[in-house]
Design a protein around this ligand. Structure first.
Ligand SMILES: [Fe+2]
Length: 245
């Protein structure tokens, strides 16, 4: 069985793409081209890590170099390549962890299935703050809105901050996340993509969970025009197409 906790030589690159009042950094870390994000408040210097994985010391070093203090973790979903640094980050920062309420049990199921060590969920249970769709959390003075977008996993969620969408494995540039893994649901993915995310403004900037495209970002407007998974008007056609992949 493959261990997701092996230390594999990492690729690190980072981009600063901050709107006013916010420090936003996109970091490519690890062997699966994950994008990990820092969202900080330019005034209070408090920050959240989105999807702590693969190399916590690098994430914390970049935070420190950016004069940011990590006190929150935002989890898009509980697949190991997005959370395999969560325990280590909690030990280092004692941060509060914001996950969708539907993802807590799923994370335990996945951990049991892959025999992943998540005893920190019991040891640090007070750090976990389950959230529902539409809730808002402040990182310093920066409001972040949570959008529940099931389909890739039951509790997948995206984060909206200053007209920027951090989309995890729900929406990629010209692609979307898999729906054939445990907990995947093509009907829910259709709704998340073609109803929920498609309702966002065209000038919303997209920040995906992996560096799978030619460019690290896009806009919702571009994706509504060019992403094949955002072109389905019928849920049945979408489900049929996804099952045929
Ligand atoms: Fe995933």
């Amino acid at each position: 069985m493959r261990s997701y906790f092996l230390r594999i030589p990492m690729v690190e690159s980072q981009f600063d793409m901050s709107p006013p009042g916010v420090v936003l950094k996109q970091m490519e870390i690890g062997p699966m081209m994950n994008f990990i994000y820092l969202i900080g408040c330019s005034e209070t210097r408090e920050a959240a890590v989105v999807d702590p994985a693969w190399d916590v010391s690098t994430i914390l070093r970049i935070a420190q170099e950016s004069d940011l203090k990590v006190n929150r973790v935002l989890v898009t979903h509980a697949h190991p390549d997005h959370i395999n640094g969560l325990g280590e980050l909690l030990e280092a920062t004692d941060a509060a962890v914001y996950m969708n309420v539907n993802e807590i049990d799923y994370m335990k199921e996945i951990a049991a299935r892959f025999r992943l060590p998540i005893e920190f969920m019991n040891r640090r249970s007070g750090n976990f703050r389950p959230l529902s769709d539409g809730e808002q959390v402040l990182v310093g003075k920066v409001p972040i809105q949570f959008l529940h977008t099931p389909g890739h996993t039951p509790g997948s969620q995206c984060f909206l901050v200053e007209r920027r969408l951090i989309s995890g494995d729900t929406l990629f540039i010209n692609a979307c996340g898999r729906v054939d893994l445990p907990g995947g649901d093509p009907e829910k993915m259709w709704w998340s993509l073609n109803r929920k995310l498609a309702s966002l403004d065209d000038d919303t900037i997209l920040y995906p969970g992996h560096n799978y495209a030619e460019h690290p970002t896009s806009t919702l407007g571009e994706q509504k025009r060019s992403n094949p998974y955002l072109q389905f008007t019928s849920v049945n056609q979408f489900v049929h197409a996804m099952r045929g992949l």
